[in-house]
Design a protein around this ligand. Structure first.
Ligand code: IMP
Length: 185
């Protein structure tokens, strides 16, 4: 059985998410924004963060597959999936609306190698938004392969595999209220 060790408690997370919300509210005072969450991991963070931002706001979601089973392009002859040039990220759900001239806050659970956010940022930028900012709850800078940075970062953490508060291992543990390190896999 894997061990779970609390890295960030629910209280610590809530305090930091409130600070991030206040920062976004300050930066976009008097304007409306759209939160674009990266499924599925960012769903919990987005719902908490958005409720800390007292501005006119709407939601959208984008789906990508990253960790876990990754079919190769060859296994997808129907062409339903799109791949980036490195073949690392697959789009499973596009945005529902145009982001043209919108203030977009791209919400992600964790910034690891940067491949996912690099891919999604390019997709969003193609919509020609008024502004694009990235809010990542966690950042593992030591693992970065693409030089991408978030504007709003909750916590910088060491290179450990974490679960909880939306983050999964094989789709499990997303509902843990704390963020835990998963050991002895
Ligand atoms: P990146 O493309 O390498 O930056 O990875 C981003 C995605 O990888 C996140 O959205 C997560 O789904 C997943 N990921 C990266 N590190 C972890 C982790 O420690 N626990 C759970 N998922 C992770």
């Amino acid at each position: 059985m894997p061990d779970l060790k609390v890295l960030l408690s629910r209280e610590t997370i809530a305090k930091r998410v409130a600070e991030m919300g206040a920062e976004i509210a300050r930066d976009f005072r008097g304007q409306s924004i759209i939160f674009v969450g990266v499924l599925k991991g960012a769903a919990v963070f987005l719902s908490d963060l958005a409720r800390q931002v007292p501005l006119e706001a709407t939601f959208d979601f984008i789906g990508v597959s990253s960790y876990g089973d990754r079919p190769t392009a060859k296994e997808d002859p129907a062409g339903h999936a799109r791949w980036d040039s490195l073949g690392e990220v697959r789009l499973t759900k596009d945005m529902d609306q145009s982001l043209a001239d919108r203030n977009v806050i791209l919400v992600e659970d964790i910034l690891d190698t940067g491949l996912t956010l690099n891919y999604i940022s390019k997709l969003v930028e193609a919509h020609q938004p008024r502004s694009l900012r990235i809010a990542a709850l966690l950042d593992k800078p030591s693992r970065r392969k693409q030089p991408i940075q978030a504007h709003y970062i909750g916590f910088t953490i060491p290179d450990a595999f974490v679960v909880g508060y939306g983050l999964d291992y094989a789709e499990k543990y997303r509902n843990l209220p704390d963020i835990c390190v998963l050991e002895n896999l």
